[in-house]
Ligand binder design. Structure first.
Ligand code: NAP
Length: 486
């Protein structure tokens, strides 16, 4: 047993859904000092940042919850973003989490010396910590398109994740660049308010229809009075998602994949009667290759007479609007950039110095990798929630992060109890894991012939190539022989 002086200190980076969960659980487990450093002035992560009209989480509400805070009050099958934000905030309040937060404090440097991480933020030196957990999320760095003249646009222009609520869209001519989940939701929400909506589409997307009914008061009462019913429905949903869709995209359920493809095609055929528009909206790759979009509002909205899909590429942006490659100027009052996020940046501009001064930037110079999504050789006692190759896409991030945290918590317990001085995955084992991962990736739908944000600039896919059951199995118990233990 190793003697540790003073209090055990854990720093968490990011007060999003993952960081908040880790903080609450660590304090619950008796860790004396838990400090969450958050660059913004509020918690909630992606649910704080994204406030665009129509935002709905396409993971069913009852799957999108912490295991320790089941919620009988979800209003509908798929929750609006604001409701998830309120839920996360309530969990924080119910657990007195605010006292663990340091806001407006972006972590800029982590340095591992003498068995500790020294943490520096935009507010200066924060001292030494035994363990650091990165919970920065993958949807935190908006991508701004590199299009000539973007700055010269005369009207209002903003990214979907930085929505400008001072700008009214009523009776305006609006342009939206992008056709991902975000753009699709915005189109469905604003079409009846605007004079004209022009959607600039580079690549069409497959869209699955899913009704979004409200829960009745009787249903909510039943969940409140019989939590076991809520748990049973949770289990059924998890089973459907993990064994159906999630297995399909990694090549482990061909029937589900076919059903998904047929469902998308049927949605398109039934809801878009104009053959010219239907052709424009038909992708030339398989459903699920890009992250699947779920919406039953998009097709009816884009068929309306005040909507137009422009498939000519954007030549430049001018003061009066967007000029497409056919020479046409699409005159606009408001331009919305629904151009997505960079999910590969993780700690972004933070300098991370591990053993012998090696930087994480160097370690990841040919692409991000980790030992089982959790930790990186040479960077002891630094753990990731939502790290490289975590299950992403249409999974519940809360379920993913809790599964990862349960594993990290076991490792932290060993350090805290003095059984291990440090947890540092062996390079050989980590390389083997990642080679296996890359081989497996070739059998996934993501590599079947489309471009998507899953790819980094080296052609690596950012997601988990096995089933969710395999993920749970890999992270069930730490294999101590896979680590150098200080
Ligand atoms: P996204 O899926 O990455 O889509 C970005 C869109 O912008 C794509 O259509 C892309 O075209 C287009 N684009 C990017 N740069 C462009 C350029 N220079 N010129 C023209 N078009 C350009 O982003 P997102 O829609 O914000 O969604 C990101 C992720 O957020 C989702 O996949 C999901 O994980 C999450 N999200 C979830 C929900 C939900 O319901 N749970 C809702 C919204 C977002 P290409 O396809 O040609 O690259």
């Amino acid at each position: 047993m190793k003697d540790r002086e003073g209090q055990f200190r854990v720093a968490i980076i990011g007060a999003g859904a993952g960081g908040l969960m880790a903080a609450i659980k660590l304090r619950g487990a008796g860790v004396e000092q838990v400090r969450v450093f958050e660059k913004e002035n509020d918690l909630g992560g992606t649910w704080r940042d994204n406030t665009y009209p129509g935002l709905i989480c396409d993971v069913p509400s009852h799957l999108y919850r912490y295991s320790f805070a089941p919620n009988p009050d979800w209003s509908r099958t798929f929750s609006p973003g604001s409701e998830i934000y309120d839920y996360v905030r309530k969990v924080a309040e119910d657990n007195d989490a605010e006292e663990m937060m340091t806001y407006g404090s972006e972590v800029t440097r982590l340095e591992y010396t003498s068995g500790h991480w020294r943490v520096t933020t935009t507010q200066g030196d924060q001292g030494k910590f035994d363990v650091v957990i990165s919970a920065v999320g993958i949807l935190q760095h908006p991508v701004y398109p590199d299009i000539e003249g973007l700055d010269s646009f005369g009207g209002a222009c903003f990214h979907s994740a930085r929505w400008n609520h001072d700008v009214s869209l009523d009776d305006k001519r609006i342009g939206i660049i992008g056709t991902g989940s975000t753009a699709v939701q915005i189109v469905g929400a604003v079409i009846d308010d605007v004079e004209k909506l022009t959607l600039f589409q580079r690549t069409p997307q497959w869209v699955l229809a899913a009704p979004n009914p409200f829960y009745t008061d009787e249903q909510k009462d039943r969940y409140r009075e019989h939590p076991e019913d809520m748990q049973r429905d949770y289990d059924a949903l998890a089973q459907t998602l993990n064994h159906g869709f999630a297995a399909a995209v990694v090549g482990k359920n061909d029937d589900a994949l076919t059903a998904m493809q047929n469902g998308c095609q049927q949605n398109l055929d039934e809801n878009v009667s104009d053959p010219e528009l239907r052709a424009k909206l038909t992708p030339d790759y398989s459903a699920g290759c890009k992250r699947l979009i779920v919406s039953d509002l998009f097709y009816p909205a884009i068929c309306k007479s005040n909507a137009e899909v422009v498939t000519e590429s954007i030549q430049r942006i001018e003061s009066g609007g967007v000029r497409s490659s056919d020479g046409r100027l699409h005159e606009l009052d408001v331009l919305i950039l629904a151009t997505g996020f960079d999910p590969h940046r993780f700690l972004g501009s933070c300098e991370v110095l591990g053993l012998n001064g090696a930087t994480l930037e160097q370690a990841w110079s040919q692409g991000n990798y980790a030992y089982k999504t959790i930790c990186v050789p040479g960077f002891p006692n630094l753990f990731f929630l939502g790290g490289p190759n975590s299950p992403i896409g249409n999974f519940s991030y809360l379920l993913t992060a809790e599964t990862q945290f349960a594993y990290v918590e076991k490792l932290i317990g060993l350090i805290r109890d003095g059984v291990l001085a440090e947890v540092n995955p062996k390079p050989g084992v980590t390389a083997e894991f990642n080679e296996m991962l890359k081989r497996e990736m070739t059998g996934t739908i993501w590599m079947s012939g489309c471009q998507s944000w899953y790819f980094d600039r080296f052609g690596n896919v950012a997601s988990w190539p096995w089933t969710f059951a395999r993920f749970e199995e890999e992270l069930s118990e730490p294999r101590l022989e896979d680590f150098h233990t200080g």
